[in-house]
Design a protein around this ligand. Structure first.
Ligand code: SF4
Length: 904
C-alpha cells in the first residue's frame, strides 16, 4: 500500500461476473485489508473466498516490472517502437488481416475500447477477439438472434423476486458465489424453488428441489420438450406473442414431437423428473432461467440459448420482475468487452459489423481512415490462422491461450512458429509469455483505473490504490502509444476518463432509441465525476433516466432491437455434441472451475489459503468407472484425448455420472507436470458463435502405473524436472509439491539431494537426514539449514503419502532438537498435534478434521458447525461441502475420502 494513496478505496473485485464492490483499507504497516462494500448493489457487503483473499495476492514477487525484448530487459520506447514498426511492416507487406489482437475479459472497458478502435477503425481489420469467446459468445449470439442485440433483459433482483430459479449449466455456488448467497438468503425468508440442470451433482445441486443430471449436451432436447409442454398447458401469452414476437409457429413446429418420454430417452433422465420440471415451470409465472458455461461452451451453445429464450418469449416471462432468461458471465468485464466491441464479430457500442449503416456511423464518429468491413477471426480460428501463417503478428493481452484454448498444444506450436508475438501481462511466469518476442508489463488489480460491467449491466469503477510499480503501464496507454507510432490520430487520451467520455458519446451518437446501449448521460462527465462515479445500470441516456433509477429491465413491453422491433422465437432442432465417446475414447470430458481458483491461477494460485481447498489438479471419476479402470482414490489417473494426454489426481465420487469425467481448467505447466486440460479438448466450435465445446471432449481413462508417491514441503522450490507427476502449491513460508513416478530411483539419497539441492548456494551448511525402510518402500528426508531450521521434508511411499499437509507446512522454519528431528522424520507430530486437516472453509481457514471434531462434539447442522468452528459463516460457498460431511457422518462413512485432500 502506498502511503500517498487514499486510506480507503472503493473498487471492484477482479474475478467473476457478479462484479462485487470491495473496500480496500490501508493499514499503517503498508498492507491492506479487503472487505465487501456494503453499499455496492451487486453484493451489499458480501464477498466469496476469492474476494476475501484479494489482499493476499498483491505481492510483487513474480511481477513483470519492465518491458522485455527477446528475453532481455528493455525500455518502453524501444519496445513500443518495435511493436509499432513490426505491425506497420506486416500490414504493408501482407495486409491488415495479417495482424491480430487477442484480449481478455480481465481488461477494463477503457482498455477494450482503445484496442477495438485501434484494430477495427485504424488497422482496418476485425482480427481482435477475446477470451470471452470461450466464456459466453453463445449467449451473445443467442441474444442477437432473439432480441436483435446483445441485451441481458433482467437484473440480479429478478433472481430474488422469482418463485422458481432454474440453473442450467451454472454452478453458481462455486462460480458466482455471492449471487448464490443472495439466492440462499431469499430461501431463508420465503419459499423459492430451485431446479439445477447439470450432469454433475455440484454444490449448487445440493440445494436444489430438483436436480436434473442429464446426459452431457442434451439440454436442447429438454427445452424443446418444455416448449411443447407449455403449449400443451395453454400457457402461451397470446397478447404478448401477437404484439411483440415472431417465429412462434416455426419454433413450436420443431418442439411438438418432444414428448416427455422422448426427452427422457434422449437426456437419460427419468420421465417423472422431466414431467416434474415441466409442471413446475408451467405452474410458476415468476421463473428465471440462469445459464452459464454449461450452455455456452457447446457446439450447440447458441441453439441452447435460443431454446431457453423461446420458452420465455412464448410465455411473456421476460423483462418483468422475477422473470426472464439470464446469462451470467464468467469474467469481471466480459460484459464491458461486449459493449465496446471486443468480439471479432461486433463493432462497438453494440453495433453490428455486418450493418453498413453502423459501420458508417462508427467510422464517422472515430474519424478513422478505415473500418473493418467483415467479422474477424474468432479465437479458435484466429490461432489456426497463426498456425498456418495467415496471421504473422499477434498481440496477446491479459490472457493465457496456451492453457485456456482447446487443442492447446497446437496453440503453443502456433505461437512458437509465429514471426512476432507481443504479450502484455502482469507476470512473465505464464505458459504464453514464454513465446513473447516483446513482453510488456501491465498494471494489475489495485493499480488499474477504469470501469467494468457485471452480468446485470451494472457499470462500476475499478480504482487503483497502489502506484504503478517499476515501469508498469496501463494497457490502454500501451495501445495508444503504438497507434500513435503507427501514425494514427485519435489516440491522445489524457486518462481513462477521457476514453470513457468518448465511449459514452459513441453510445449516444445518432442513437435516438434505436440501440439498447446508451450511456450518453456520461458523454460530458468531468474527471471528478468519473473519479466519484457510483455503480449504475445501463441504459443511462442523456435524457430520461438517472443513475439512481430502480432496476432497469428490457422487453416487458416488447421494443426489441430487430428491424420490426419484435423478438424472435427460433426453430431449434436438437443435435448431439460434435465429439462423441467411442471405443478408443469412451469418456466424456467436462471442464470447469473450482471454488477457490481463478482461470490459470496467476493470482489465486499465489495464496496458500486459496490453494488449501484443492491443491493439485484432479479428475472426478464415478466409482464404477474408477473400479473398472483399476484406479484407487487419490492415485494418479491418465486421460488420453485426440490431441494429447494429462496426468491428474483421481477424485472418486458419486457426484460424477458414469461415463463422464470432470477436470478443472486452472492448472498450467507453471504449477503441474502435465495438467493442461485444454491440451486434450478438441477445437469443435458452435457454428454461430464460434465458442469452443469445452464441456464435451472425449478421452480414454487409465491408471498411471505409479511405483512410488511423494510429498515435499520446502522453503525453496524443489527441482522437479523429469519427475513424471508433480503438482506444486504455495504454503506459508514455502511450497508443497506432490510427486509420483514409475520406476523408483536407484539411489533415493541422490534423488533427494538433487530434488532439494542441500549444497546449493543458499544452503552451504545444510544437513540432510534420512529415514529408510526399503522393505516397505518408505523413504523420508529432512533438510535443515545452517541454523538448524527445517528447510524441507520429503516423504515417499508406494501408495499416496498419508501425512497431514497442514502439519508438515507448519514445521518449516522450526528448529527441533535431536529428538524433534527424529519425530519429524517419523511424522509423529502429525498425529499428536492439532491438525485442521484439508481446508474446507478458506475464508475462516477451517479444515475437515475440525469440522469432524465439531460433529463428534454434537453439532448436527451446518449452522451449529459454523457456530462452533466459524466454517461457512463468511461467504458460505463451503456450506454444501460441510453438509456432505454431516450427511456422511450420519451414514457412518468417511466423506473426506472423496476429496483429493485424502492425502492431506
Ligand atoms: Fe469476486 Fe467472489 Fe464477488 Fe465473484 S462472487 S465478484 S469472485 S467476490
Amino acid at each position: 500500500m502506498d502511503a500517498s494513496m487514499p486510506v480507503q478505496t472503493r473498487t471492484t473485485c477482479p474475478y467473476c461476473g457478479v462484479g462485487c464492490g470491495v473496500l480496500v483499507t490501508a493499514r499503517p504497516d503498508g498492507s491492506c485489508q479487503v472487505t465487501g462494500d456494503a453499499e455496492h448493489p451487486a453484493n451489499f457487503g458480501r464477498l466469496c473466498s476469492k474476494g476475501t483473499a484479494l489482499a493476499e495476492t498483491l505481492s510483487l514477487d513474480d511481477r513483470l516490472l519492465t518491458p522485455r525484448i527477446d528475453g532481455k530487459d528493455a525500455d518502453w520506447e524501444t519496445a513500443l517502437a518495435r511493436v509499432a514498426s513490426t505491425f506497420s511492416e506486416t500490414i504493408a507487406a501482407h495486409g491488415p488481416d495479417a495482424v491480430a489482437l487477442y484480449v481478455s475479459g480481465q481488461i477494463l472497458t477503457e482498455d477494450y475500447y482503445v484496442a477495438n478502435k485501434f484494430m477495427k477503425g485504424f488497422v482496418g481489420s476485425a482480427n481482435i477477439d477475446t477470451n470471452s469467446r470461450l466464456c459466453m459468445a453463445s449467449s451473445v449470439a443467442g441474444h442477437r438472434r432473439a432480441f436483435g442485440t446483445d441485451t441481458v433483459p433482467g437484473t440480479y433482483r429478478d433472481l430474488e423476486d422469482a418463485d422458481l430459479v432454474v440453473l442450467v449449466g451454472a454452478n453458481l455456488a462455486w462460480c458466482h458465489p455471492v449471487l448464490f448467497q443472495r439466492l440462499l438468503a431469499v430461501r431463508k425468508r420465503r419459499r423459492q424453488k430451485l431446479v439445477v440442470i447439470d450432469p454433475r451433482r455440484t454444490s449448487s445441486a445440493e440445494y436444489a428441489d430438483l436436480h436434473l443430471a442429464l446426459k452431457p449436451g442434451s439440454d436442447v432436447a429438454l427445452f424443446l420438450g418444455l416448449l411443447a409442454h407449455l403449449e400443451g398447458a395453454n400457457l402461451c401469452d397470446k397478447p404478448y406473442v401477437s404484439a411483440h414476437v415472431t417465429g412462434a409457429e416455426a419454433a413450436l413446429g420443431e418442439a411438438r414431437g418432444w414428448t416427455v418420454e422422448r426427452v427422457a430417452a434422449e437426456t437419460g433422465l427419468k420421465p417423472a423428473d422431466v414431467a416434474a420440471f415441466y409442471y413446475l415451470v408451467a405452474a410458476t409465472g415468476k421463473t428465471v432461467t440462469v445459464y452459464s458455461q454449461g450452455v455456452n461452451q457447446s457446439s450447440a451453445g447458441t441453439d441452447k440459448v435460443n431454446a431457453i429464450v423461446n420458452t420465455h418469449l412464448f410465455t411473456g416471462r421476460i423483462g418483468r420482475p422475477g422473470m426472464g432468461p439470464f446469462s451470467v458471465t464468467g469474467q469481471p468485464n466480459a460484459m464491458g468487452g461486449r459493449e465496446v466491441g471486443g468480439l471479432a464479430n461486433m463493432l462497438a457500442a453494440h453495433m453490428d459489423i455486418e450493418n453498413a449503416g453502423h459501420r458508417d456511423l462508427v467510422q464517422r464518429f472515430w474519424q478513422s481512415p478505415a473500418i473493418a468491413e467483415r467479422p474477424g477471426l474468432k479465437a479458435v480460428d484466429l490461432f489456426r490462422a497463426v498456425a498456418d501463417g495467415r496471421v504473422k503478428a499477434l498481440w496477446i493481452m491479459a490472457t493465457n491461450p496456451v492453457d485456456s484454448l482447446p487443442e492447446a498444444d497446437l496453440v503453443r506450436a502456433a505461437l512458437e512458429a509465429c514471426p512476432f508475438v507481443v504479450v502484455s501481462d502482469v507476470t512473465a511466469a505464464t505458459d504464453t509469455a514464454a513465446f513473447a518476442d516483446v513482453l510488456l508489463p501491465a498494471a494489475a488489480w489495485g493499480e488499474k483505473d477504469g470501469t467494468v460491467t457485471n452480468s446485470e449491466r451494472m457499470v462500476s469503477r475499478q480504482r487503483g490504490f497502489r502506484r504503478l510499480p517499476g515501469a508498469v503501464r496501463y494497457d490502454w496507454e500501451a495501445i495508444a502509444e503504438v497507434a500513435r507510432r503507427m501514425g494514427f490520430a485519435g489516440f491522445n487520451y489524457a486518462g481513462p476518463d477521457a476514453i470513457y467520455r468518448e465511449y459514452a458519446a459513441l453510445t449516444a451518437f445518432e442513437n435516438e432509441g434505436r440501440r439498447d446501449l446508451d450511456i450518453g448521460a456520461h458523454a460530458r462527465l468531468a474527471k471528478a465525476g468519473y473519479d466519484a462515479m457510483e455503480p449504475y445500470q445501463w441504459p443511462l441516456p442523456a435524457a430520461g433516466a438517472t443513475a439512481e433509477d430502480g432496476d432497469k429491465r428490457f422487453f416487458a413491453e416488447g421494443g426489441f432491437y430487430t428491424p420490426d422491433r419484435r423478438g424472435r422465437m427460433l426453430p431449434i432442432s436438437y443435435r448431439k455434441p460434435a465429439s462423441l465417446p467411442d471405443a478408443e475414447r469412451p469418456f466424456v470430458v467436462n471442464t470447469g472451475r473450482v471454488r477457490d481458483q481463478w482461470h490459470t491461477m496467476t493470482r489465486t494460485g499465489t495464496s496458500p489459503r486459496l490453494t488449501a481447498h484443492y491443491g493439485e489438479p484432479f479428475v472426478e471419476i464415478h466409482p464404477d468407472d474408477a473400479r473398472a479402470a483399476g484406479i484407487a482414490p487419490a492415485t494418479v489417473a491418465r486421460l488420453d484425448g485426440a490431441h494429447g494426454a494429462v496426468l491428474l489426481r483421481a477424485l472418486v465420487t458419486e457426484r460424477q455420472q458414469p461415463g463422464s469425467l470432470f477436470v478443472p481448467m486452472h492448472w498450467t505447466d507453471q504449477v503441474a507436470s502435465n495438467a493442461r486440460i485444454g491440451a486434450i479438448i478438441p477445437g469443435n466450435t458452435d457454428p454461430v458463435s464460434g465458442q469452443p465445446e469445452s464441456k464435451h471432449g472425449t478421452a480414454a481413462l487409465s491408471a498411471f502405473p505409479a511405483a512410488w508417491y511423494g510429498f515435499v514441503v520446502a522453503v525453496a522450490r524443489p527441482a522437479v524436472a523429469g519427475i513424471a507427476y508433480w503438482a506444486a502449491a504455495p504454503v506459508a513460508g514455502g511450497i508443497k509439491v506432490e510427486l509420483a513416478g514409475q520406476a523408483p530411483p536407484s539411489d533415493w539419497l541422490a534423488f533427494a539431494s538433487e530434488l532439494l539441492d542441500p549444497a546449493g548456494a543458499g544452503a552451504p551448511d545444510a544437513t540432510l537426514l534420512r529415514y529408510s525402510d526399503a522393505a516397505r518402500g518408505r523413504e523420508r528426508f529432512a533438510l535443515f539449514d545452517g541454523s538448524g531450521a527445517l528447510a524441507a521434508l520429503v516423504f515417499v511411499a508406494p501408495e499416496p503419502v498419508a501425512l497431514s499437509r497442514g502439519w508438515a507446512a507448519k514445521q518449516l522454519g522450526t528448529v527441533p532438537d535431536v529428538r524433534g528431528r527424529a519425530s519429524l522424520l517419523a511424522g509423529v507430530g502429525a498425529s499428536t498435534q492439532d491438525d485442521p486437516g484439508a481446508i474446507l472453509c478458506s475464508c475462516m481457514n477451517v479444515g475437515v478434521n475440525q469440522i469432524a471434531a465439531a460433529i463428534a462434539g454434537g453439532a448436527r447442522t451446518v449452522e451449529a458447525i459454523g457456530a462452533t468452528t466459524g466454517a461457512g459463516t463468511n461467504c458460505g460457498s463451503c456450506r454444501a461441502e460441510i453438509g456432505r460431511l454431516l450427511a456422511a457422518s450420519e451414514e457412518d462413512r468417511p466423506a473426506a475420502a472423496e476429496a483429493p485432500a485424502l492425502v492431506a
